[in-house]
Write a protein that binds this ligand. Structure first.
Ligand SMILES: Cc1cc2nc3c(=O)[nH]c(=O)nc-3n(C[C@H](O)[C@H](O)[C@H](O)COP(=O)(O)OP(=O)(O)OC[C@H]3O[C@@H](n4cnc5c(N)ncnc54)[C@H](O)[C@@H]3O)c2cc1C
Ligand code: FES
Length: 255
């Protein structure tokens, strides 16, 4: 059980959850996730744990940061937890992003809550030239993320669907404007599968390597129930243990 240090709204229905995690079996890696038991003592509502990506981790103080959007029953209940209460959390789980040193430009493309895992990734890839492309419905949804990305050595580009930031429109269009002018060495992406599919298509067309993280619905989170099964070029895989991070071109996406 980990103590909640903070659970506060930082954007429209977007919550920032900070946990003191003194007994983790290992330090989380970027792209991994934690499976959170949201139901309170003596309750089974909701029955299943909910997965959330690592937004950041402070290895000196064992502080885990998650960011989640309130979308349904589980996240509604989660949003009511207060600092000082405890949460039953399992993790870190899943296959992380590769963070090997690369000498060349890196692009990180995130849409909606797909931005979350890219933050810890960008911080881990601290050295080297990086551009991050962030997209959401409006600027309020990007405010918290922007503040945090500004604290690190990364060039930030933002798009919103309903108002003009760098452009008014999707992060995909914004990113493709840059892709017309430069060829990154590696691309990391997370967000809606339609966006992932389009990013993947552009990268494969230009022989750019990369990885994506998918957010399929999960049951157990530890490879047992098969509810997160996804089709890949090597047959069906479980996105909780074989993913959520996959190489571009590996997974059949729901585009
Ligand atoms: C590996 C992984 C990492 C994730 N990381 C984050 C994160 O960092 N921040 C965050 O906000 N969310 C993240 N998610 C999604 C998050 O787990 C779901 O939003 C959450 O489980 C919804 O629970 P709920 O009970 O509130 O919603 P429910 O009542 O179960 O569902 C409400 C609505 O949300 C949709 N939904 C539920 N789960 C998912 C899902 N996995 N993918 C897409 N749509 C879903 C349902 O179809 C439904 O329309 C992640 C999911 C995965 C698989
Ligand atoms: S969630 Fe159960 S096998 Fe992946």
């Amino acid at each position: 059980m980990f103590e909640i240090l903070k659970n506060k709204e930082v954007g429209p229905d977007i919550f920032y959850l900070v946990l003191k995690c003194d007994e983790l079996s290992e330090q989380p890696k970027p792209g991994q996730f934690f499976n959170v038991k949201i139901s309170r003592k003596l309750s089974t509502d909701p029955l299943l744990r909910r997965p959330f990506s690592v937004f950041d981790f402070d290895e000196d103080q064992n502080i885990l940061e998650l960011v989640y959007r309130k979308v349904g029953r589980g996240t509604e209940i989660l949003s009511k937890y207060k600092a000082g209460e405890k949460l039953d959390v399992i993790g870190p789980l899943g296959n992380p992003f590769s963070t090997e040193k690369r000498s060349g430009l890196i692009h990180l493309v995130g849409g909606g809550m797909g931005i979350v895992p890219l933050h810890y990734l960008a911080r881990t890839l601290e050295k080297g030239e990086k551009k991050v492309f962030l997209g959401a419905e409006n600027s309020d949804e990007l405010e918290f993320f922007t503040k945090r990305f500004k604290k690190m050595n990364v060039e930030i580009h933002r798009a919103a669907m309903t108002e003009k930031m760098e452009i008014k429109g999707s992060v995909l269009v914004l990113w493709m404007n840059y892709l017309d002018q430069e060829k990154p060495l590696f691309v990391y992406t997370c967000g809606p599968e339609k966006m992932l599919s389009a990013v993947e298509k552009e990268c494969l067309k230009s022989s750019i390597q990369g990885q994506l993280s998918i957010e399929r619905r999960m049951g157990c989170g530890i490879g047992v129930c098969l509810s997160c099964s996804c089709e890949t070029t090597e047959g069906n895989k479980r996105s909780c243990v074989d993913g959520p991070v996959f190489t571009l071109g590996e997974v059949v996406l729901n585009a």
